[in-house]
Design a protein around this ligand. Structure first.
Ligand SMILES: NC(=O)c1ccc[n+]([C@@H]2O[C@H](COP(=O)([O-])OP(=O)(O)OC[C@H]3O[C@@H](n4cnc5c(N)ncnc54)[C@H](O)[C@@H]3O)[C@@H](O)[C@H]2O)c1
Length: 265
């Protein structure tokens, strides 16, 4: 996702945003991306050896995280304390109330902001607007078994031949993030927009015939009943990531950096 986002920024799709530097703990990956980006940009983005170096680069205003929950947990406080804003894709990391308190106080102290794009779903605006009136929010995520493989919550299913839609998990968003760290950022974002990680119900279904990553959100409250369904097409260069999640990150970058009208915010 980070590579796709960087390419989109170079094509100008992120508004007046400019890439100053990049970091990935996987050195061959970051070498290749730095070389590719450097061919189209003068001066070339700096290939940082550490997040601290990235934060300190001249002109740096915003750090875009497209890495992992662990990366957010390890670095968000330092980024925000340094007064740099942060766009977070691994939103599951923010579900911990203790961690959220820490990053919020770092952001408040420095004046930096934390941006969490709507990611692989929509409807976040309606949940946010009506959160005080919401009574229940449910999200059902259906994926092919291969898309869940590797998650701690899928361990007992790894060698099971799943031939029909099978419920793998039912519980709160707070419980889901640790068990399915790479799969429930959507649930985390929905829960933070609405009634919170403990009150948001999550169901994860493995379906070999699923047409992709499908997310269904149902919300009931005193402002009405809302249902949203997203049948996402995987990104062509990274089938683990929904195309919409990349587009949402680009649109967030554009809306942060470009002055003008804000629609649906
Ligand atoms: N919010 C959403 O809707 C949404 C949608 C899709 C993906 N995501 C999340 O975004 C993140 C990136 O997704 P992806 O598909 O690009 O993942 P990916 O595994 O393809 O790439 C992640 C990259 O980050 C690097 N990385 C991981 N941890 C790191 C750390 N601690 N420090 C430095 N580099 C680190 C890895 O080396 C890898 O190159 C994941 O956490 C994923 O779950 C969120």
């Amino acid at each position: 996702m980070g590579s796709e986002l960087a390419r989109a920024v170079q094509r100008g799709e992120g508004g007046p945003t400019k890439i100053i530097g990049l970091f990935d703990e996987y050195a061959p990956g970051r070498n290749a991306l730095a070389e590719e980006l450097g061919r189209n940009q003068e001066p070339a983005p700096v290939e940082a050896d550490t997040v601290a170096e990235l934060i300190g680069l001249t002109g740096m205003q915003l750090i875009v995280e497209c890495a992992s929950q662990a990366a957010v947990t390890a670095h968000a406080e330092a980024v925000l304390t340094a007064g740099k804003s942060m766009l977070v894709m691994s939103s599951g990391a923010l579900v911990s109330a203790d961690f959220m308190r820490k990053v919020m106080s770092a952001a408040e102290a420095s004046g930096a902001s934390i941006y969490v794009p709507s990611g692989a779903v929509g409807g976040i605006d309606a949940l946010r607007a009506s959160k005080a009136l919401l009574e229940e929010v449910t999200i059902v995520s259906t994926k092919k078994p291969i898309a869940l493989s590797g998650a701690p919550g899928f361990a007992k299913w790894e060698n099971v031949d799943i031939t029909e839609p099978t419920v793998i998990f039912e519980g709160s968003a707070a419980e889901a993030v640790g068990l399915f760290p790479a799969n429930v950022n959507v649930a985390a974002t929905v829960s933070m927009a609405g009634i919170g990680p403990d009150a948001t119900d999550v169901k994860i279904v493995a379906d070999p015939d699923s047409p992709g990553n499908v997310h269904e959100i149902h919300a009931v409250g005193r402002a009405g009943k809302f249902s949203f369904r997203f049948e996402n097409i995987p990104h062509e260069t990274n089938p683990k990531t929904s195309f919409l999640a990349v587009l949402a990150a680009i649109e967030t970058l554009r809306s942060i950096s470009e002055p003008g009208i804000r629609i649906g915010t």
